[in-house]
Design a protein around this ligand. Structure first.
Ligand SMILES: Cc1cc2nc3c(=O)[nH]c(=O)nc-3n(C[C@H](O)[C@H](O)[C@H](O)COP(=O)(O)OP(=O)(O)OC[C@H]3O[C@@H](n4cnc5c(N)ncnc54)[C@H](O)[C@@H]3O)c2cc1C
Length: 282
């Protein structure tokens, strides 16, 4: 048994260290479009709310450099931090995602708002040889266990081939495919949804494979815009505290658990009351 398996409450190690054979590639837009238009577009959406100017004039000023990039970013940052999310629904990113498992894709497609998916079909693709992923914990397990896992996968996928060969339709043969089977998707998401999904999936409580995917996605956004990439973070970062029940023991140190924050508040209030003062609350 590995040290990680013995201590289930330890901070889950970043899955980034392991090569999982998966990819996330930003297909659109490229760096030039993001730099030239994306920040001005969001700025225009934000500024329109507070300006007598028409949106096309605000956009012209922003794209021509008449409004400094820093000024645009400052306004956008304030608006995002205030939770005015519609302003960042105007820009979208399309990713090619490949080599992830059906375990991951089942979680990913649960996101509904502001995101679109297309996924490789197990009905229409007759795989010559479906490939699968071996989770790190199994790859590192004692050889007998690891070999049994690999044999089981190989046997299922070999049976898949035999079923197809016997004329069974792909849509039925796929019933033997394990959760570990790899798949490919295209995902388009607006920035608001991407920030929301990253908040949940970069959290150390998220399952390791989907967490790794969002690390790759964040890397792609950083490559085209460090400013926009800076908003992709575990949800506790903008919140200022952790709200995950499974972190009540505080093993993940990124932010204090809300229990700790409330306890600190209660302590402060008690100290104030002891000297006859009431702390203002609403
Ligand atoms: C760590 C973790 C563990 C999980 N475990 C499980 C599990 O055990 N079982 C399980 O079934 N799922 C599980 N999930 C999936 C989870 O319950 C959500 O379905 C998934 O994360 C999608 O997120 P979302 O609901 O925020 O949807 P999104 O589509 O990403 O929606 C974004 C936001 O839009 C709003 N919204 C979207 N749709 C509606 C609507 N119809 N009505 C009102 N508001 C809406 C909500 O504010 C929502 O947060 C888990 C997720 C995580 C991150």
């Amino acid at each position: 048994m590995t040290a990680e398996a013995r201590t289930p409450t330890a901070t889950p190690r970043s899955p980034a260290a392991r090569e999982l054979g998966m990819k996330a590639t930003l297909l659109f837009p490229d760096r030039e479009i993001v730099q030239r238009y994306y920040v001005p577009l969001v700025y225009t959406a934000c500024r329109t709310c507070y300006s007598e100017l028409e949106p096309d004039e605000i956009f012209r000023r922003a794209t021509s450099g008449q409004v400094a990039a820093e000024k645009q970013q400052e306004l956008i940052k304030k608006v995002i931090e205030s939770g005015h999310g519609s302003t960042i629904e105007h820009i979208v990113f399309t990713f090619g995602i490949s080599g992830v498992t059906r375990t991951l894709s089942h979680q990913l497609v649960r996101h509904r708002a502001g995101v679109a998916f297309d996924q490789q079909s197990q009905r229409y693709v007759n795989y010559k040889r479906p490939s699968y992923m071996v989770p790190g914990s199994i790859a590192d397990a004692e050889p007998g266990l690891r070999d049994a896992f690999v044999a089981e996968m190989d046997e299922s996928l070999e049976l898949y081939g035999r079923l197809l060969g016997a004329g069974i339709p792909g849509e039925d043969a796929r019933f033997v495919m394990p959760n570990a089977t790899r798949t490919n998707l295209v995902m388009t998401t607006n920035l608001r949804a991407l920030i929301h999904m990253s908040g949940l999936r970069l959290c150390t409580m998220a399952q390791w494979e989907i967490r790794r995917l969002f690390q790759l996605i964040r890397h792609e956004i950083f490559a085209v815009s460090p400013f926009l990439g800076s908003f992709l973070a575990p949800k506790c970062v903008p919140l200022g505290y952790c709200d995950e029940d499974r972190n009540r023991d505080g093993h993940c140190p990124i932010r204090p658990h809300k229990d700790e924050v409330l306890a600190a508040w209660a302590e402060k209030r008690a100290a104030a009351r002891a000297v006859g003062r009431e702390l203002p609350t609403v």
